[in-house]
Design a protein around this ligand. Sequence first.
Ligand code: PGA
Length: 239
Amino acid sequence: MKILIKNNDEKMSKEAAKIIINQINIKSNSVIGFATGGTPLGLYKELIIAYNEDNLDFTQMITFNLDEYVGLPKSHEQSYNKFMWDNLFNHINVKKENVNIPDGMVSDPEGFCKEYEKKIEEVGGIDIQILGIGRNGHIAFNEPGSEFDSRTRVVRLTEETIKDNSIFFEDIHDVPTKAITMGLGTIMEARKIILLARGNNKSDAINKLLNGLVTKEAPATVLKNHKNVTIIIDKEAAE
Ligand code: PGA
């Protein structure tokens, strides 16, 4: 694992953006796995700058998002679909048909998850997957206890995750209790992985990832078994 410690969010975001921009420059039809949450927002701003100022062309890029809440329509203020369009996709020239985000409203979630996996396979797999990390060590919504070979599926969120995410909702009871998430096995098949973390509330999870044993109780530790992972963190998360 390559570990880069940066002074602040802007430097972290620029570093991550450099890797993505380089990938798109080398292969215009790259398959990029995107993540939601507060952490990658700076990275998305940098990608928008690359589009506006350096004419980076995203028309061939294919995207797959990590997860989505079950029960929230795409238009919901807190849906990850809306997050991605508001914070990135509406501001670059990505093609709508190349964007893949799990749909939390499907009537057959199991069939949908199988189809999602098939789509990733059909485009040749993910070139770069962007990840955040939860305080409990989750990546995407693979909560502690998730199997390392798990695939895209419906999961139940832990109390801790519901509490962490409740800051975005009016009431904690409005936070969905289930989500569709790419599995750890799915994520591990990405050719390259970039994990971003900032703030001292992530330092424990980062410590476990860098210094702890590979265990299902800290799902991110599975990344130690991957050949091409870059971890970009700020000083607080590195503490
Ligand atoms: P955050 O979420 O970027 O909002 O901290 C990360 C995560 O829970 O995976």
